[in-house]
Design a binder for this molecule. Structure first.
Ligand code: SF4
Length: 370
């Protein structure tokens, strides 16, 4: 995946990791849509020269001669499509938010534990939805409804929450799409009332285009962070940890509500020290910010049989532990299996984060542990 690596003394406004697709594919259904024009303009400005209008709505040319080639082709391509009606209806997304709104599906980064593996079928291309008005309409129709934050004692003050990063990293593609800023703008200007809150999480740092938006504190920008050893080893194509924390600070200083998504937590050797350092770095990043509203979400590593199969195809040499024998089985209410850490390990990690967050980062409010 070609990326631009820049260095700067001011990481708060200059991104360190920018994805540039090798090619952009536009389906027929997307071609005539207004937002597609904005996406083409942004892609051209980013230096993309291979922009193809497809004759139909099927994405073609995604398969290479091997799984490896297919992966590389897909991860270096951006598809501009019209979201089908089935993708437009907001779905509940506990424990993060009342509803899920998908601006895109897929992500250009290369995390070896990617939570999208196994839930999105086919080659891992990023599909951005060009019928943006239809996608965002769900915010208007579902404001005031929901059971994760709306009307609850613990999180009712957040209003009706809409998660924008369930199936993508919206900041990682924002310079090419403008979809995230459009959503932030509309919510911030009160288009959906004053009781909605957008949420997204990211492993990228290109926040410069978001800082001056009229966000009205109706968006919470969370940064997905991890112990440096885990991030450096397993999170290819993403911004490094100091850059993510600098971006978190920049967003908090711009008045956004912010958050840390600490995920996926892994009990790697020396994990207490490693995660302790992460919490100290996060505390330093938000020190002295006025009106700081900081949340923390704590998510331990897990995998399913399907995600394990896909990840082992994508990253055959991975050193990521995905051994069912070392895990406990957790069954969903629909009968699906997830492999999580055994109870004792989970309890130890949870106690650590409860204690150390209170001690090292007391400004943070824990939303959930899973
Ligand atoms: S940034 Fe998130 S969505 Fe993208 S590859 Fe990594 S885990 Fe997957």
């Amino acid at each position: 995946m070609p990326t631009t690596l820049r260095t700067s003394t001011d990481l708060s406004t200059v991104a360190t990791r920018i994805w540039t697709p090798k090619r952009v594919l536009i389906t027929r259904a997307a071609a005539g849509l207004e937002h597609t024009g904005e996406i083409i303009r942004r892609c051209e400005a980013a230096g993309v020269t291979d922009i193809q209008l497809l004759p139909g709505d099927r994405l073609t040319g995604l398969r290479g001669e091997s799984e490896r080639q297919t992966y590389a082709l897909a991860k270096s391509s951006l598809a501009v499509v019209a979201a089908p009606p089935s993708a437009l209806k907001p779905q509940p997304i506990p424990p993060s938010a009342d509803w899920r709104i998908d601006l895109a599906r897929g992500c250009p980064a290369h995390c070896q534990y990617c939570y999208l593996a196994g839930s999105l079928g086919g080659p891992p291309i990023t599909r951005v939805y060009a019928n943006l008005d239809d996608v965002l309409a769900g915010i208007g129709t579902h404001a005031g409804r929901g059971s994760v934050t709306s009307g609850t004692v613990e999180r009712g003050h957040e209003g009706t929450t809409f998660e924008l990063s369930c199936y993508t990293d919206p900041l990682g593609i924002e310079h090419l799409t403008g979809s995230l800023s459009a959503a932030i703008n509309r919510a911030g200007r009160g288009e959906y009332g004053d009781r909605v809150q957008l949420r997204f999480t990211t492993k990228f740092d290109d926040v410069a285009g978001l800082l001056d938006l009229p966000h009205g504190r109706r968006t919470r920008a969370r940064f997905s962070v991890n112990a440096a050893e885990v991030a450096n080893r397993f999170e290819g194509g993403t911004a490094r940890m100091p850059a993510r924390l600098a971006a978190l600070r920049a967003m908090a200083e711009a008045g956004y509500r912010v958050g840390l998504t600490i995920a996926p937590i892994m009990p790697v050797p020396g994990w207490q020290e490693a995660y302790g350092e992460l919490l100290d770095d996060a505390a330093a990043a938000v020190a002295g910010v006025d009106d700081l509203d900081l949340t923390v979400e704590l998510i331990t590593h897990r995998f399913t049989p399907a995600s394990r199969d896909v990840l082992l195809q994508w990253y055959p040499g991975t050193r990521l532990e995905m051994d069912p024998d070392q895990r406990a089985e957790k069954r969903s209410k629909f009968g699906g299996v997830k492999y999580v850490y055994p109870r004792e390990a989970m309890t130890g990690m949870r106690q650590f984060f409860d204690t150390e967050l209170a001690r090292r980062l007391p400004a943070a409010r824990i939303l959930y542990w899973t």
